[in-house]
Design a protein around this ligand. Structure first.
Ligand code: SF4
Length: 211
């Protein structure tokens, strides 16, 4: 089976408790205005074998505290997503998933009803909304604790304000930022510019350029 993967990261420390494996799926049909991950929208690219993905994840899983799946839109490739969840579930690590679909649209899905994921953050990103909730980009988004494992790891997040932390990974001339930046990437680029660092960004992708 093939799965569209934008990128895999470990450790991710900004999207849920502990050291988590971050799985960004490729392809999103929702296209929220102001999305910081526009590089994950296109379908039909970065298609890889699910078996290859499992081999890499097996290396990280023993050291990880949980898994965070985002995108792209995970439910836009539901069959591959379910194959991934079937592989991950026996490890008993909390699985947090972001989706831009509404809970109303998702609530009868087997992944939600049958304990395949522990926590769902639903609803599309809305840049016009305030951003006061931990782990969420806009206040219209909702966190659903679906299992006991989800409650154990994420219940305290419901009470918290956003910590506005980012994980940063360098890869050749590209910097990947993982987390939920305040006001998206534009503010980061402006602050960098004040410090004579010039960042060219397409919301999701930032490329370093010498001044
Ligand atoms: S925020 Fe998520 S659901 Fe919305 S366009 Fe971006 S990747 Fe798609």
């Amino acid at each position: 089976m093939k799965i569209g993967i934008s990128r895999l990261h470990f450790p991710v420390t900004t999207l849920g408790p502990g050291k988590r494996i971050g799985i960004w799926l490729q392809g999103c049909s929702i296209h929220c205005e102001g999305c910081i991950s526009v590089d994950t929208w296109q379908f039909g690219i970065n298609s890889v074998s699910l078996e290859e993905v499992k081999i890499l994840l097996e290396l990280w899983l023993p050291e990880s505290d949980g898994i965070t799946i985002s995108g792209g839109e995970p439910f836009d490739q539901e069959e591959a997503l379910f194959g991934l969840l079937q592989f991950l579930r026996p490890y008993e690590k909390s699985i947090l998933m972001y989706s831009g679909y509404s809970f109303q649209q998702l609530k009868t899905k087997k992944e939600i009803c049958n304990g395949w994921i522990d926590v769902l953050i639903s609803e599309p990103y809305d840049y016009k909304q305030p951003q006061t909730k931990a782990l969420m980009g806009s206040d219209n988004q909702q966190m659903h604790l679906l299992t006991d494992l989800g409650k154990r790891d994420f219940e305290s997040s419901l009470e918290k304000s956003p910590e506005k932390k980012l994980d940063v990974q360098f890869e050749k001339n590209t910097v990947w930022m993982t987390g939920i930046p305040s006001n998206g990437m534009t503010e980061i680029a402006e602050i960098a510019k004040e410090n004579h660092i010039y960042l060219h960004h397409t919301q999701g992708v930032i490329k370093l350029q010498k001044p």
